[in-house]
Design a protein around this ligand. Structure first.
Ligand SMILES: Cc1cc2nc3c(=O)[nH]c(=O)nc-3n(C[C@H](O)[C@H](O)[C@H](O)COP(=O)(O)O)c2cc1C
Length: 363
């Protein structure tokens, strides 16, 4: 008899829980806002592409930043921006500042379009310390300024610049940068600079589906590439126009201003870091961590040679579009006549990293 009562009680509780569950009440659908800022409209295309991946049936408002006065009605907010001078736009900073208290209570995701998307990249420009740039690195500053907002997903996709369309100061400053960049300015002579990697946008959209909405990732996610690929400017079919070629993963490059190598290996980020530490110890470099994120780490490998402290800039990174592999860049900004010992040390590091068939050739 007691058993029967227990069964009835359990059944009753299960029924009550079912009725109380948000799914049953029809309240499980989260309301989202995708707010973006854009000058030349490539970020607009990406915004609607992400909406399609998340699901056009999902309640997700897509709004340019000047259409938004509140984030209160939303369960989650996706904040997207172009990059300007290594950061999201000034209006995005203002928006986050203004709504910080509300955003801190919600699920937030950040994404960026940008020209530079190699997250192993170090920029050394006159008057500035060498520092990490590109892709998700550009979100570091805003995330530091607002630690109360803990983004669930972040993305830095690359983007597009239609060079002849640049206006006023944008044109002038881009020209200035050409003159200053140590590694050259790959946009010179181009009609279209287009670096966006569609796989990054797709991975971002799918992460939002899974982590924010509790949905399955979209299996045939590539079907929405039409939001980006069009007869022009994206899939440029006019042979008289010059378009950017994506940066290769494997580079070996030595000029008056820089020694730079980049490669990728079949290994986890942690294992790669362990190998770098082992190499530093063997070669007598002290490894000073400059920045660590969940997707990359930047080190100075420092050694005194002929009475002067020399630095090898090392970045190891896990790129969204190449899961399971780690990308590593080494740079010396010293002049060729003094950097030979650094070049030899880099060659030894690569020997270790590439051993046992870990090196991945190509691209
Ligand atoms: C004035 C100016 C500065 C830029 N600065 C950077 C930068 O520091 N780093 C970067 O990766 N891309 C930079 N970009 C590239 C843009 O972020 C990229 O082309 C983006 O896709 C533009 O978005 P939009 O078409 O929505 O305006 C800059 C573009 C302009 C016009």
């Amino acid at each position: 008899m007691k058993r029967v009562y227990t069964r009835i009680a359990v059944g009753y509780i299960a029924l009550v829980l079912l009725f109380l569950s948000p799914r049953y009440a029809g309240a499980e659908t989260k309301k989202g806002l995708l707010v973006y800022d854009s000058i030349y409209s490539s970020t607009v295309e990406v915004a609607y592409w992400i909406k399609a991946i998340i699901g056009n049936e999902q309640p997700l408002d897509v709004k340019k930043i000047d259409q938004v006065i509140t984030v209160k009605p939303y369960d989650y907010v996706i904040i997207g921006s172009y990059s300007k001078w290594e950061k999201p736009s000034p209006r995005i900073y203002k928006f986050v500042e203004q709504h910080a208290a509300e955003l801190a209570k919600k699920q937030v995701c950040y994404f960026l379009t940008c020209g530079d998307m190699d997250e192993t990249q170090i920029l050394k420009a006159p008057g500035k310390e060498a520092h990490l740039i590109a892709g998700r690195n550009y979100l570091y500053d805003i995330m530091q300024k607002h630690p109360e907002i803990k983004p669930v997903v972040i993305g830095g996709f690359g983007g597009r610049q239609v060079m002849p369309a640049l206006q006023g100061t944008d044109k002038f400053m881009t020209w200035m940068l050409e003159k200053l960049a140590k590694e050259g300015a790959p946009w010179v002579g181009l009609d279209i600079w287009e670096s966006l990697d569609p796989a990054r946008v797709e991975a971002f959209g799918n992460e939002v589906r899974v982590k924010v909405l509790g949905l399955e990732p979209l299996a045939d996610v590539q079907k929405y590439r039409g939001f980006w690929n069009s007869l022009q400017p994206a899939s440029l079919s006019d042979p008289s126009k010059v378009k950017y070629t994506p940066r290769p993963y494997t580079v070996h490059h030595s000029t008056e201003k820089i020694f730079y190598t980049r490669s990728r290996i079949k290994a986890s980020l942690d294992d790669t870091i362990r190998m770098i530490q082992q190499w530093a110890q063997q070669e007598g470099f002290s490894l000073k961590e400059q920045r660590k994120t969940f997707f990359n780490t930047y080190y100075h490998a420092v050694k005194t040679i002929d009475g002067k402290e020399r630095i090898i800039h090392i970045v190891v990174a896990d790129l969204t579009e190449d899961p399971g592999n780690t990308h590593i860049s080494f740079r010396s900004f010293d002049k060729p006549d003094v950097r030979k010992p650094l070049e030899d040390a880099i060659a030894k590091a690569e020997q270790l990293l590439w051993a046992d068939g870990r090196k991945i050739e190509g691209r």
